[in-house]
Ligand binder design. Structure first.
Ligand SMILES: *Cc1c(COP(=O)(O)O)cnc(C)c1O
Length: 231
């Protein structure tokens, strides 16, 4: 077995074990393979092994990846900081944009998706780490964003995304994951039209067990699959 296949198998076992502890069904958790900076050959190997969802955190990197990997099985997620003016470049292919945090970006996704007459799924990224580290909307802004999204046609909100603080001890970020889960429950009444809050995208290599215990339905995993990155 190749190193990647081996890591893939180990990761799946890790996810299953975490699901048993949390008394959850592994089938309700989507694994996003975050391939940033890694070669296409690694991605192709994972596709061969059965992996479907792939994520990139830079617009250009996603663009390049979607052009070079033509296997229609792959489902593409954009997971990084998103400049509104980059949306048009990914709109013909991207399946999920996980990092929407303002109405203006939703409006642009809707415009571009309608041009291609295709659906784009989005998650609303919420700032759960505090820290003034500006990734995601503030919790108070979520209601307005979701209300706006209810009436969109080509853009479907499927849940919330959160980036936890970087920490060596995954227990440190448990309150951040709890917050994302609580925010979803508090906004359930806004599930209407194009808004559905099924998904919670939280959990990376270092903290996936805690994320699963706190209700994650989408794990974004890089290192455990592709090995260490050089940055
Ligand atoms: C890189 C990245 C990940 C994956 O991180 P690992 O710790 O390597 O698993 C997840 N989400 C985002 C937004 C990332 O940029």
């Amino acid at each position: 077995m190749s190193t990647i296949e081996d890591r893939y198998k180990n990761l799946k076992e890790r996810i299953s074990a975490a699901c048993s502890v949390a008394n959850r069904d592994p089938d309700e958790i989507v694994l996003i393979a975050v391939s940033k900076t890694k070669p296409d050959t690694d991605v192709l190997e994972l596709i061969k092994a059965g992996q479907v969802h792939f994520g990139e955190n830079r617009a250009q990197a996603l663009q390049d990846r979607m052009e070079s990997i033509t296997n229609p099985v792959a489902v593409w997620h954009f997971i990084g900081n998103l400049q509104t003016n980059k949306i048009k470049y990914m709109a013909s292919r991207v399946n999920w944009i996980q990092s929407i945090h303002k109405k203006k970006a939703l409006k642009e996704v809707e415009k571009r998706a309608s041009e291609f007459e295709r659906t784009i799924n989005v998650l609303i990224q919420v700032n759960i780490s505090g820290e003034g580290q500006k990734s995601g909307c503030e919790p108070e802004q979520l209601e307005g964003i979701l209300k706006y999204a209810q009436n969109l046609k080509y853009t479907k909100v499927k849940g919330l995304m959160g980036m936890a603080t970087f920490a060596d001890d995954p227990e440190t970020v448990r309150p951040e994951f709890k917050l994302l889960c609580k925010l979803r429950e508090e906004h359930r009444h806004l599930e209407k039209g194009s808004v559905d809050l099924q998904h919670l995208s939280m959990g990376m290599t270092n903290d996936l067990e805690v994320a699963i215990e706190e209700g994650s339905t989408m794990l974004r995993i890089g290192t455990a699959l592709f090995g260490e990155r050089n940055y």
